[in-house]
Design a protein. Sequence first.
Length: 473
Amino acid sequence: MEECKKLDALDRTSQLVRRAITWEISDSEGGSDIELQDSVPVVSHVAAGVWDHLDKEKLETCISPGEPKELPLLTLVPQVASCSPSPEKKKKNQPPKGPRAVQTKVKDRKLERKLQKEEKMRKKKQYELEKERRKEAAAALKSLRPDQCMKYMTVCVDPGLLEDPGSDALLGALDSLECKYHIEPQAVPHSITWKRDLSSSMSCMDGPQEKAEDEREIVLLLEPWDFLRRLYSLMQSMSPGKQQNVPDLTRMLPFSSPKDYCAISCSVAVIGLDAYQWYNQHRGHQQEALNPGQEEAPGFQPGPELLMTEHQIQEALVVLQLWSNTGVLFLETWQEFAQHISAMTKAIAQSPYKKQQGNQPFSFCADGGWASGVRVQKDGMGLQQAWLRQIQQLNRTSPAMAAAITKAYPSPQLLLEAYRECGTDKEKQLLLSDILVRSEENERERRIGPDLSRRVYLFMISTNPELVLDLSA
């Protein structure tokens, strides 16, 4: 009886296993993999418990030969249960959790913050450098303006020029200028040079640093006797008897190499040449009678240079101008020389500003917000504004006058049609004269007038590009 009870329990268990397996693998329910994994281990646990409580020897004797199909079903339970992943595989598929993962995330965040901070500092430094460049460019442009450029100029005077009593006029003229002047030895004796102060805020980290730039111009002051002696020596180097007919410029100008003549714009000033020549031509025996036995100064010793004619002097000046680009200025007094130095100082100070103004394209255009023109869209938006600006560009045409004309004739085509309807040229010229214009200040009305009406007519009708519209300009 006990064995039969065990067999009945085995039958019920096999039916339970069969139903569970059929429900798990059925397609009609559409269960997920999670349900299969949750239910299969329960079935395998029940089957395992059954196998533990049965005795294999008694089971073989009690089972009839007609019921061998129950056991293979029990053997399917381990196969279905083996489809679920093991806990080790689950651990491998899950992301790592623990102190190492937290440390890695913290390091990544620190690195990201560090990179962001470095990028922010780089942008800030770049912005500061750009700001300094703009500031320096604005200061450079300010130093070029005519009202500011003299403050950055320095006149360098050689001490040899101050040996003459008339040099007080030169110092007085330099004192009246807004620039500075220094008395220091020059590379060329008895010369005057110029320097321009340039402020550079980018060259030093401590602050702005001043540096000077030498100008190309140099003025050489020569005594009359020294000038004639050098000029005569220059012409002797070009005498027809010599093989090469190239002047020796070093006899006239104290420059070491020909490159200096290209890098420097030199000019020579001579004070009192006519008086010196007249004096040497008329002193003769009268001076000997007035000063018997007195020796003449070495500078006034008569020589071959005094025999040079006016034609020879002019020929030598042409040679000097062509070969060394050097001009000679003849003056009578030190006062004229001081005025010449003052004028040259102002011209040198304003030369960068004038050069910059000359390099700008269309420098004759008036400054304004609409100097670049009016943009016209594809749908015609902007044509009305362009027509208004065309009228406003005429001389002595206010925005109110241009607006009144464009209001009466909204397009150039309408104005041309109105001109065609007029019979005579006088009617065409006076077509716009009676249009009323309301002033914005006092709100008074006035007419366009015949002058602007005539200029608009010529502007619209004439095909001559050389025609002057405004005869009073």
